[in-house]
Design a protein around this ligand. Structure first.
Ligand SMILES: Nc1ncnc2c1ncn2[C@@H]1O[C@H](COP(=O)(O)OP(=O)(O)O)[C@@H](O)[C@H]1O
Ligand SMILES: [Mg+2]
Length: 383
């Protein structure tokens, strides 16, 4: 927060000494009232919670943000509560007490658990004592909500930890095989081509990973421009199934297009193909010999296109299901990795659906199969 709340508070405190209850309705008093109303409006307009206490730890003032944080009445009730009565948190009480005692500002990270748990950077500053009588010294604490900042920081940290982990495995393999080749295996006709094939496989995996990350970061940051047009979904699915044909055949999985001819969908063609390709790829990959993948479409009451990719493959457990759209999440790491997956496919699909103003959901039962449902908004908007 910018500005020094303690000078405002000193003003408000002093106002209490010569307040309107004294009954001196002079011009000066009137001007002072107006200023104090302005101050209150400013304090209540602050995003940050502000709590001020006097030297006895009695709460003399808080703003609207603080009343929301600590679930307090809009104005300080009488008799005034003690700080400990509005929050029992030892960190908060300790920070204020320490400032009262030492006069030195304190900074703490505090958690406030009410309906949900929120994290705050708390800055406590002394009020006075220079301009106030010693009995009126106090402390003012500003609560800056850092819950979202911390969440984003955690996501960022996890992302880089996952990324380096994902790159380390193929990179280690590439370096090991190159070293073996350089150590003489290059002249071994039994193995040299085989080793080079392994090196290529790992290098391709790294390339796919880098491509997925580039894609994801561009879609997330809104750098991708969509060219929304009306398309015939059945026709697009036909083409996708031809492309996926070889993969499905080697996995012994049947692909069925159940989309009605002429079903209109409003989307960026390339991105819609990317969505369908990712879902198809998963439905084939997490399947079993003799399995089936169907693509269906319907229109909901709002006119949105609702596309289902349904398989009767391995399914996802109840505990893993909420996590499948997270970056790098894979229920079965080795199975996914062997099939060349980076764990980013569904994160990309989720962001692409959102970029279209749509959404994606999943229903799944282990050993029975999964249905991924993409909803893309009404076509009328782009006709
Ligand atoms: N159709 C499906 N059937 C079963 N599990 C699936 C299916 N689609 C996705 N999953 C699970 O979700 C995880 C994340 O999917 P995705 O982001 O596409 O990553 P990847 O395909 O690289 O593993 C997969 O590793 C798998 O555990
Ligand atoms: Mg995938």
């Amino acid at each position: 927060m910018t500005g020094d709340p303690s000078s405002l508070l000193q003003f408000i405190l002093r106002r209490g000494e010569t307040g309107p209850e004294a009954g001196t309705a002079t011009d000066a008093q009137h001007a002072m009232d107006q200023t104090s109303q302005l101050m209150e409006a400013i304090l209540d307009g602050m995003q940050e919670g502000l709590v001020a206490i006097d030297s006895n730890t009695e709460v003399i003032l808080y703003n609207s943000a603080a009343s929301r944080i600590f679930e307090l009445p809009p104005r300080v009730p009488l008799p005034r509560p003690r700080l400990i009565e509005i929050s029992r948190d030892p960190e908060i009480n300790d920070a204020f007490r320490s400032v009262l005692k030492s006069g030195i500002p304190e900074q703490r990270r505090v958690e406030v658990r009410r309906r949900d748990s929120r994290v705050f950077a708390l800055n406590v500053n002394p009020i006075g004592p220079g301009s106030l009588e010693s009995s009126k010294t106090g402390a003012a604490g500003v609560f800056f909500d850092i819950t979202e900042l911390e969440r984003l920081e955690r996501i960022r940290r996890d992302f880089f930890a996952n990324l380096s982990h994902e790159l380390r495995t193929p990179l280690t393999a590439v370096l090991a095989y190159i070293e073996t080749l350089l150590d003489g295996a290059i002249d071994d006709p039994q193995n040299n081509v085989r080793f080079l094939n392994i090196v290529q496989k790992h290098a391709l995996r790294m390339q796919a990973l880098v491509q997925d990350i580039t894609d994801l970061s561009m879609i997330e940051s809104g750098e991708v421009t969509l060219h929304i047009e009306v398309h015939d979904l059945a026709q697009i699915v036909d083409e996708m199934l031809v492309l996926a044909g070889a993969r499905a055949e080697s996995a012994e999985v049947a692909l069925v297009n159940r989309v009605q001819r002429g079903f209109r969908v409003c989307a960026d063609r390339y991105r819609l193909e990317q969505i369908l390709n990712n879902l198809l790829d998963n439905a084939i990959k997490f399947n079993r010999a003799g399995g089936k993948v169907e693509i269906l479409a319907e229109r909901n009451e709002a006119g949105a296109s609702v596309i289902h990719v349904r398989d009767n493959g391995t399914g996802v457990s109840k505990t893993d299901l909420p996590r499948v759209f997270e970056r790098f999440f894979r229920a079965d790491r080795s199975r996914s990795r062997d099939a060349g997956g980076s764990g980013l496919g569904l994160a990309i699909v989720k962001h692409l659906a959102r970029a279209h103003g749509g959404s994606i959901t999943v229903e799944s039962e282990q050993m029975k199969g999964s249905t991924f449902t993409v909803e893309l908004p009404d076509c009328e908007s782009c006709q």
